[in-house]
Every structure is written in structure tokens, then in C-alpha cells.
Design a protein around this ligand. Structure first.
Ligand SMILES: Cc1cc2nc3c(=O)[nH]c(=O)nc-3n(C[C@H](O)[C@H](O)[C@H](O)COP(=O)(O)OP(=O)(O)OC[C@H]3O[C@@H](n4cnc5c(N)ncnc54)[C@H](O)[C@@H]3O)c2cc1C
Length: 509
């Protein structure tokens, strides 16, 4: 089939992300709003850091500083200018940095892969940004059951290391996404139905605490910290190493297929039935996207991944046989190649607005969702460069079973037999001047989705941290017991609340 000629190329990568109008949890200062409010001037924080860490601290206008600041995914993050960037290469460096910053009450941000979509999540105006990308080791254990990954690595490198060994790890779908942020926020990937979320597969964390101590968190050492880090975000310490379980994976069948709205009813029924299937095939990884740009109008762009080299397996045939297919790029490939290929189709440097929501799998809700979505496109159609993508991801009971088999997490996701549908907005556009228009449209769309789900009795309050919008409060949706547990663990390991007060970026307990 002929490939499309216009901007559809970018849509399949718009798999993720989100923002909303709910409660406030993330501290996400715009450059204008940001304040260091510390008892030391930012410059003296940087001077003290330089005394301790020398050339690992870079100042504005240096090449190291510029390389760090310009390499975030979201344009919003690149517009934030810290007083200095510290680039540790070991846990001891991270410890040394915190021993300088914390007693001086210097405000700081922690940057992993830099793929967060919220301004200020991993960068800080006039503060100190700790850029972890120098923590980039990847070591496979001798029994090949685990891989130890530095806290600043990206999934593409992990998959590339494991691929020749016939192995993989549960992680993000796009290669450039950071292991750090995505794992601490849960980590829903292609193979979650087979092996659980990324966070479920962390056998051991190496963590630098607020006081500079370097500790191990595992089922046998600081077990409550280990559990809290499985979805609790950056509230407890800086993770300098993730020891991840591996699983066997050879070649896969994967790719994208685009459909005109003619396919809608067939696609909707296929999504409902696949998600509700009591015999769900756990090799299945699926994302259905509703995608809009002014040049294409609304279309449907599916991403299929099957964990075996089987072309068009039965699990996807209700999708692949539906009318209105415009393009199909599926092939037998590898996870390493497929995830790396996502990088150019979801490029750095654009403004981003995101949100996350969830509802019970319901045919009428799915039918109404398309209408709610297409109506929302009118609010952004005039925005320069807009790509307005709503991703729908099946959340099936097999995932919960895998999570609990691996020691559980703090996400509090209860998955009914008929499954859930996770909904993620990714709005990508060119100019900061359009931000208010896009954010308002996103807020309205989220409110309409929630209202429709509530009116049908299918609303599920869970918000995925990795795709949450700046005003959403994911941890508040994990359930009262998990929230209380996370607060208690934060108090135990960080009694003065450094990772909330001095590190304002990220979603807080
Ligand atoms: C194109 C794209 C595709 C995506 N696909 C997926 C997907 O398939 N599945 C999924 O679950 N999510 C996905 N995401 C969302 C992604 O998981 C989140 O944006 C995540 O926060 C990115 O992590 P990062 O380390 O790259 O980001 P950063 O912006 O660097 O960090 C995000 C947060 O994590 C903290 N953090 C990062 N590393 C550490 C560390 N080592 N120790 C302590 N704190 C740390 C930061 O301080 C910050 O608060 C995708 C995002 C994009 C842009």
C-alpha cells in the first residue's frame, strides 16, 4: 500500500502523554514563575559544587551546559535555564552533590532521559540541574537474569545491549525515553501483559538519599523503599542504578497502520473485544491512536507489537482486516530496531501538552470518545504545527497478575475482567505563544472525557504518572493506603522533605 505523503509519519510516535484540570500536585514552574527561594544564592550553590566536583559542574554559555539544556524532549524544558548543571558519573558524585546542595538549601532538579513533558519536571530556573546522563553503564549479570542500568540511561541502549543475547527488559516503547523517569512512574510498555510494568521488574535500586547516603533498596534491604520506588516517582532519593529483570525475546512483529474514519466502527469493536477477551494473548502490545493535524483531519493510527515473529497474528486480525486502511508498515523486526526507529518520528524541540485518564472498557464509551475527540480538534485546528493525538491502550487483568507475581507496586491499579482503557493526550506544536490555547483545549477535552465516563458509570480515577498533565495528581489516585504508605516512606528516608521542598519538579507525595 502506498505510504502517506504528509505529516502522518509523526503520528505513531505520539503514543504517550498528557495534562489536565484536576488537582494540583506537580510543581512545574515556568521560567517566569520559578524561584529558587533558598538561603544561599544560586551562584554560591554552584561555586560550592565546583569546589567539590570541579569540571563536572558547567556554567551558562559553556558547551557542556548548552548541550545539556538543549537536549530535552519538550521545548518547555529547553527554555528553563539553571544557574549551573552538574553531570555526575558515579553514585559518589551524586552523593557529593547532595551533600553540598542540601545543607545550603539550594534548589535542584534531577534529569534522567529528559523526556518528561511538563515544564520544570527535570530542569529548574536559576537552580542546579543534576543531569544523570553520565550514569550510563549497562551490565548484564553472569546468569543473564538481570541487567544493571545506570540511572541516566535510555531504553534504546538497554534494548540494544540485550537484543544480541535474545533478551529484553520491560520498559518504554520509544528508545530515547529515560529508564529513570519512566520506571519510577510505572512504565507501561509493549510487554507489560507478559512481564508487568517496568517498575515491577526492578530487582534492586541503588539510591542516593537526601543526606548523601548510598543505599540498596531490594526485597531484603530497605524493602519499603524498594516498594515505594515501584511507581512512587522521584520522592525518596536519586536512583543511580536500576537492576532490572530480563526476559527472553527474539524477533517480533511490529509496525503501524493508518486508517481513515471509515474504519471507526470496526476498530472500536476490535478494541473493545480485544480488551475484554478472557483469553487475551499476552504476546499482544497495542496502541490505538486518534490522530489529528489540519492537513489530515482526524484519522486512526494503530501500533501493533507481537512478541513473536508471526505476521498478522490472530490477536490483531479484527484490526488489520477492517476497511479504510491507508498505510501499513508492519514487519518482522527486533525491539531494539523498532524502539530506536521511534526517535525521529517523535522529535525533540516542540511544545508539549499531555494528560492521562482511565475508564472501564465499554463499547458505548469508546464510540462516544471519538465524537468527543473530533469535536475537540476544532479548538486547536488553528495552532501552528499542531498534532493532537489521543492514545488508547488496553489495560488487561494479565498485567495485574504479572505485577503481583513480581512483588507488586504502589500504583493501586485494580483491573476488572473486562479490562480498562488508558487514554493519553499528546499535543505537539511549534510555539510557546500557543500554549494557553492548547492547554485550555486539553483541559476541556479531559473534562469532557471524565464527564462522559462518569455519566456511564465507567470512570476510573487512576492517572498514569508518566503521562500526567501538570495539574494532575497521580499519587492521589493510587488509593488512600498506597498514598499513606508513600508519605510514610518519604518521611522515613527523607525526614526534612528535601525531595519535595528543594526539588520542586516531578509529581509529589
Ligand atoms: C516519545 C515518548 C514516548 C513515551 N513512551 C512511554 C511508554 O511507552 N511507556 C511509559 O510508561 N511512558 C512513556 N513515556 C513517558 C515517559 O515515561 C515519562 O515522560 C518519563 O517521565 C520520562 O522519563 P525521563 O527520565 O526520560 O524524563 P525526565 O524528564 O528526565 O525525568 C522525569 C522525572 O523523573 C525523575 N527522574 C528521572 N530519572 C531519575 C533518577 N534516576 N532518579 C530519580 N529521579 C529521576 C526526574 O527528576 C523527573 O521528575 C513516553 C514519553 C515520550 C516523550
Amino acid at each position: 500500500m502506498d505510504g502517506p505523503v504528509f505529516t502522518w509519519r509523526r503520528f505513531p510516535a505520539l503514543l504517550a502523554l498528557a495534562s489536565s484540570c484536576v488537582t494540583s500536585s506537580v510543581a512545574s514552574p515556568t521560567p517566569q514563575e520559578s524561584t529558587t527561594n533558598s538561603s544561599f544564592w544560586p551562584q554560591s550553590c554552584c561555586d560550592a559544587l565546583r569546589s567539590s566536583l570541579g569540571s563536572k559542574v558547567s556554567l551558562p554559555n559553556s558547551s557542556a551546559y548548552n548541550a545539556s539544556i538543549s537536549s530535552y524532549w519538550a521545548q518547555q524544558e529547553t527554555l528553563i535555564h539553571p544557574a549551573c548543571v552538574v553531570s555526575p558519573t558515579s553514585a559518589r558524585d551524586v552523593s557529593a552533590a547532595l551533600k553540598v546542595l542540601v545543607p545550603r538549601r539550594c534548589k535542584f532538579a534531577v534529569r534522567g532521559g529528559g523526556h518528561g513533558a511538563v515544564a520544570g519536571i527535570a530542569n529548574i530556573q536559576d537552580g542546579v540541574t543534576i543531569d544523570l546522563r553520565g550514569l550510563n553503564s549497562i551490565t548484564v549479570s553472569s546468569d543473564r537474569k538481570t541487567v544493571a542500568v545506570g540511572g541516566g540511561q535510555k531504553w534504546a541502549s538497554v534494548y540494544a545491549k540485550l537484543q544480541p543475547l535474545g533478551l529484553a527488559a520491560s520498559g518504554g516503547r520509544n528508545g530515547p525515553v529515560g529508564v529513570g523517569g519512566s520506571t519510577l512512574g510505572g512504565g507501561f510498555g509493549y510487554f507489560s501483559t507478559q512481564v508487568g510494568f517496568a517498575c515491577d521488574n526492578v530487582a534492586r535500586f541503588e539510591v542516593v538519599l537526601a543526606n548523601g547516603d548510598i543505599v540498596t533498596a531490594s526485597p531484603t534491604s530497605n524493602a519499603n523503599l524498594w516498594k515505594a520506588l515501584r511507581g512512587g516517582g522521584a520522592n525518596f532519593g536519586i536512583v543511580t542504578q536500576f537492576v532490572l529483570n530480563t526476559f527472553p525475546l527474539g524477533s517480533i512483529w511490529a509496525g503501524d497502520a493508518y486508517f481513515s474514519p471509515e474504519a471507526l466502527e470496526a476498530q472500536t469493536q476490535a478494541l473493545y473485544s480485544l480488551t475484554a477477551n478472557p483469553n487475551f494473548d499476552v504476546n499482544t502490545g497495542l496502541v490505538v491512536n486518534y490522530a489529528f493535524s489540519p492537513s489530515t483531519g482526524p484519522i486512526i493510527t494503530n501500533q501493533y507489537v507481537y512478541a513473536q515473529p508471526i505476521i498478522n497474528p490472530p490477536t490483531f486480525q479484527a484490526f488489520t482486516s477492517s476497511p479504510g486502511q491507508l498505510m501499513n508498515s508492519t514487519s518482522v523486526t527486533t525491539l531494539a530496531a523498532f524502539s530506536a526507529a521511534q526517535e525521529p518520528i517523535s522529535p525533540n524541540g516542540f511544545q508539549q501538552v499531555t494528560f492521562s485518564s482511565l475508564f472501564k472498557n465499554d463499547l458505548q464509551m469508546l464510540r462516544d470518545l471519538w465524537n468527543i475527540y473530533t469535536a475537540s480538534t476544532q479548538n486547536v485546528a488553528a495552532v501552528t504545527g499542531i498534532q493532537w493525538s489521543l492514545s488508547l491502550e488496553p489495560v488487561v487483568p494479565a498485567i495485574a497478575a504479572q505485577s503481583s507475581a513480581r512483588g507488586g507496586n504502589v500504583l493501586g491499579l485494580s483491573i476488572p475482567q473486562e479490562g480498562l482503557i488508558m487514554v493519553l493526550l499528546t499535543a505537539t506544536f511549534s510555539s510557546a505563544s500557543d500554549y494557553p490555547t492548547v492547554q485550555t483545549a486539553a483541559d476541556q477535552l479531559l473534562a469532557n472525557i471524565i464527564q462522559a465516563a462518569k455519566s456511564k458509570g465507567v470512570y476510573a480515577p487512576y492517572v498514569d504518572m508518566n503521562h500526567a498533565g501538570k495539574s494532575q495528581d497521580p499519587i492521589a489516585t493510587y488509593g488512600a493506603a498506597n498514598q499513606a504508605f508513600l508519605k510514610a516512606v518519604a518521611r522515613q528516608y527523607d525526614p526534612t522533605g528535601v525531595f519535595q521542598a528543594l526539588m520542586p519538579g516531578g509529581f509529589k507525595v
